[in-house]
Design a protein around this ligand. Structure first.
Ligand code: NAD
Length: 497
């Protein structure tokens, strides 16, 4: 529990890791370059962090490859890897306050969310893959008696994991935990906005007993560090979470280099469909508000399009706007805060531009719309609700990644399905109704990787998560994530007549 901690005082006592972690040690960039890691809480420079370039990425890949070839991790028994991963999870749990604070300082999310949401999920994720890995069996194919065909899963080798800033450690854990469990070496590139928690966790991995070179972290920028990773001839797979625009670059990098495996978890524009027969409209309204204002709307499956049945439109929107008041941005280091900062000035400007565009294209601003708390030096935007949005408007089509809700009305279930699927994204859909057949019909019709019914909760580590359409391909979480980090080998043996 976090009650009673003076987080600002704790922040003053932190030791920040600001170098790249390669081959089990913190190192400077080959060319000595660093970048300013700025806190969106108040605009101060937290650290000057190593800006890895192609030479550093190459060093990290070589360390990862060497560890893989030597078999220091890959050749350990699944049971041995399990023990180490569970120890790793325990160490993350032990340092959860410190790691949560790093996340809040780095990207501005409320400390209560970082500590009770993100860090708990990270610990669970690492422990879960540790627990799972010695319980998975390989296969024998149904051949004739004269043959024995073994189908075995093998690690890929060196996995490059590239992640965004909205859940810095959790998005990383969704990748490094299954990749490591399967026996791969990992080179992780955290987002330039939020590198600090990943660097600290790399140190904990070593302390847990993951051998040097198996888990490396290279902070830096997309065009330099990530492009070098994406094009590296000795990287076997890239597992990416981030925007659709950048995700597409990895397909190109792969095609122009060594045809490495690419999996993409990209953007979303989740439709949240609310029918008049919803059993608990208050719960639906809470889901709608939390769905767009949690983490300042910087969530890939944020419920950014509220599709509401026309006959309850006024009453429902009234409930949602009243709940929005609970999300007034305040100090992320205060544990009562429900909505904190935007990640940086660039993202703030981007969201404000979308708000201006919404007004310009004729949507009705029902709540918020302004930048606030500028006196702090940080970056904050009010919870914002647009009404009378047409699904063709820019704010209904593009991923805003901010606390901006677009309300669209519908009259029939068929119209709701058409509007929900009329998007280039397909990460998630939410649905509220009391009618079981309608719920099944719509869930089946949704072109989305996850459909939630009468809840916004899409499940924990035990269920897969990922997108249809331009939300990407491949799945994080669950045993299915291991498919991204392993390949199948057939060994076909002639056993004679
Ligand atoms: P982003 O695409 O800008 O950056 C993600 C990563 O790619 C970062 O590490 C960044 O350094 C790198 N990158 C940036 N430009 C690059 C380039 N030109 N070449 C190579 N690499 C580059 O995304 P973001 O702004 O950090 O995060 C927000 C996005 O992430 C949203 O679109 C959101 O929907 C998505 N996201 C998706 C999921 C999911 O599971 N589907 C989860 C969280 C976030």
């Amino acid at each position: 529990m976090i009650a009673g901690i003076d987080w600002r005082a704790e922040a003053g006592r932190l030791t920040l890791r600001d170098k790249a972690f390669i081959g089990g040690a913190f190192v400077d960039a080959a060319n000595g370059e660093t970048f300013d890691d700025i806190s969106p809480v108040d605009g101060t420079v937290l650290a000057k962090v190593v800006s890895a370039g192609p030479e550093d990425v190459d060093r990290a890949v070589k360390a990862a490859r060497s560890a893989f070839e030597k078999g220091v991790w890959a050749d350990q028994s699944p049971k041995a890897r399990k023990r180490t991963l569970i120890k790793f999870a325990d160490l993350i749990a032990k340092h959860a306050d410190e790691l949560a604070l790093l996340e809040t300082l780095d990207m501005g999310k409320p400390i209560a969310n970082a500590r009770n949401g993100d860090l708990r999920a990270v610990v669970e994720c690492v422990r879960w893959y540790g627990e799972a890995i010695d319980k998975i069996y390989d296969e024998i194919a149904p051949t004739a008696k004269t043959a024995l065909a073994l189908i075995t899963r093998e690690p890929l080798g060196v996995v490059g994991a590239v992640v965004p800033w909205n859940f810095p450690l959790l998005m990383a854990a969704w990748k490094f935990a299954p990749a490591l469990a399967a026996g791969n070496s990992v080179v992780l590139k955290p987002a330039e906005q939020s590198p600090l928690s990943a660097l600290r966790v790399a140190e904990l991995a070593l302390e847990a007993g993951i051998p040097p070179g198996v888990f490396n972290v290279v902070p830096g920028f997309g065009e330099t560090a990530v492009q070098a990773l994406g094009r590296h001839p000795d990287v076997d797979a890239i597992s990416f979470t981030g925007s659709t625009e950048v995700g597409k670059l990895f397909l190109k990098y792969s095609g122009e280099s060594n045809m490495k495996v690419v999996s993409l978890e990209c953007g979303g524009k989740t439709p949240n469909i609310v029918f008049a027969d919803t059993p608990d409209l208050d719960a639906a309204a809470s889901g709608a508000a939390d769905g767009i204002f949690y983490n300042s709307g910087q969530v890939c499956d944020a419920a950014s399009r509220l599709l509401v049945e026309e006959k309850i439109h006024d009453a429902f929107l009234d409930k949602v706007t009243k709940l929005a008041a609970n999300y007034q941005p305040s100090d992320p280091l205060d544990q009562k805060t429900q909505m904190g900062a935007m990640v940086d000035g660039t993202q703030t400007k981007r969201v404000l531009n979308y708000i201006a565009k919404g007004k310009q294209e004729g949507a009705a601003l029902a709540l918020g719309g302004k930048q606030v708390r500028t006196e702090t030096g940080g970056f904050y935007i009010e919870p914002t609700v647009f009404d009378r949005v047409d699904n063709k408007m820019t704010i209904a089509r593009e991923e805003i990644f901010g606390p901006v809700l677009s309300t669209i009305t519908f009259k029939t279930a068929d119209e709701a399905i058409r509007l929900a699927n009329d998007s280039s994204y397909g990460l998630e859909a939410n649905l509220w109704t009391n009618d079981l057949s309608k719920a099944h019909k719509i869930a089946r019709a949704m072109r989305a990787g996850t459909v939630t019914i009468n809840t916004r909760d899409g499940g924990g580590i035990e269920v897969p998560f990922g997108g249809y359409k331009q939300s990407g391909f491949g799945r994080d979480k669950s045993l299915h994530a291991l498919e991204k980090y392993t390949q199948l080998k057939t060994t076909y043996i002639n056993v004679g007549p």
